[in-house]
Design a protein around this ligand. Sequence first.
Ligand SMILES: *Cc1c(COP(=O)(O)O)cnc(C)c1O
Length: 217
Amino acid sequence: MAEVRGSVAELDPRRVRTNLERVRERIAAAGGDPDAVEICAAVKYVPATELGALAEGGVALVGENRVQDLLEKRARYAERFEWDFIGNLQSRKVREVAPVVRLIHSVASDSALRALERHLAREVLVQVNVAGEASKGGVAPEALGDFIARCPVPVGGLATMPPAAERPEENRRHFARLADLAAEHGLGRLSMGTSQDFEVAVAEGATIVRLGSVLYA
Ligand SMILES: *Cc1c(COP(=O)(O)O)cnc(C)c1O
């Protein structure tokens, strides 16, 4: 979904652990259950050589954006984490991604659905374009019911990447909308919220937050 920026170097496992603890405290303060809200570490900034520090620091679930990086990192650390795919899903990459991840967060096109017919994934989230941004992928809320009905693999929930907001509060209505849509379609998982706005997302019912910078700072 998002673009890849610079990379982090020399992660200290103790710092990662402290950051994780702080995030859990902030999840609880936002009204979430810190044992139930999953923290998916967005590892696009993290070189493979630093992933060991994440594992030692207590990270259990990682999300990668790029297929090549996913395959390389997973080849080295398959057993140390659960792996999710959180990047833009190109249909021609479904074949490589589907068999190796727990959850794909970003199913949003009919070509991806067709690829999933041939390369079954365990479970997927449908990415919804809640803010109606022309520049972004994601299924339009009005089209969601039909899209879910056409999906050949289990749809566990919804995901969204709202606009970059100056204040986290600005995204509350987008998170609330995604939660409403999930409830309407009887879906349990809600992947929403990044370092900038995860507390608001949790307050609106996020079950998975995707966090990068706040874990590595
Ligand atoms: C990078 C990324 C995140 C995390 O972003 P941070 O601002 O570093 O927390 C979340 N979701 C997706 C799809 C990403 O690509």
